[in-house]
Design a protein around this ligand. Sequence first.
Ligand code: ATP
Ligand code: DNN
Ligand code: MG
Length: 241
Amino acid sequence: MPVLVITGTGTEVGKTVVTAAVAATALAAGRSVAVLKAAQTGVLPGEPGDAAEVARLAGPVTTAELARYPEPLAPATAARRAGRAPVHPHEVAEAAAKLATEHDLVLVEGAGGLLVRFDAAGGTLADAAGLLSAPVLVVTAAGLGTLNTTELTARELRSRGLDLAGLVIGSWPAEPDLAARCNLADLPDVTRAPLLGSVPAGSAALSPARFRAAAPHWLAPRLDGSWDVEAFRTREAPGAP
Ligand SMILES: Nc1ncnc2c1ncn2[C@@H]1O[C@H](COP(=O)(O)OP(=O)(O)OP(=O)(O)O)[C@@H](O)[C@H]1O
Ligand SMILES: C[C@H](N)[C@H](N)CCCCCC(=O)O
Ligand SMILES: [Mg+2]
């Protein structure tokens, strides 16, 4: 199934801009793309959410959002406080599977990091990825502190038997410091997953035309939507954490 789940080591690491870069790369390769924002928090009705931001930057993608809660919180908390129904992992999986029947590639963006709760039962994006048997791309920060959160995320994915497709740095600084430069080698080392690209800092401020022209150069060719599931089977890599 052509679904890629995009999570991150936390909120504000650049999941949306990476999702846009993957979408733009797949569109440039002639593929049809859908973007599913499982639950959007911190955005009012009528305002553009993450899926709309992906469409603005990447171009003509189908966008979908299962729920929107105004408070900038984890979806489970925001839903509870709003007195509204939460989004359950099986609903995310069902929506992604339906979009996958109509598109070459479906990108599912979570909210915050992998274990952020969607519902009161503790359902997460990881559960949705498991239901879909979909590979998971992890968006990481570039600098000091990212080794710990990225390795924790990789370990959690592997402990669940999920496929860690690889890592993408969400915002690569124009003048990387020592930690960022060392992390280019250390991130794949500690996760035993490939570093599949990095999006330059400030890219979300590019014009859409420039973003679309540049995006394929930020990512490894395998992120153009042409992969088969086997390409991302890294969960049983020798020596994996
Ligand atoms: N490469 C980048 N270029 C420009 N701005 C960026 C880049 N990466 C992140 N940002 C900015 O950082 C902020 C967080 O990015 P983004 O919205 O992609 O985070 P996120 O991981 O999707 O967070 P959320 O959990 O809210 O979905 C945004 O204000 C975005 O504009
Ligand atoms: C509001 C924000 N931009 C995201 N949509 C939600 C992030 C939830 C993070 C929860 C947490 O890990 O503490
Ligand atoms: Mg986002």
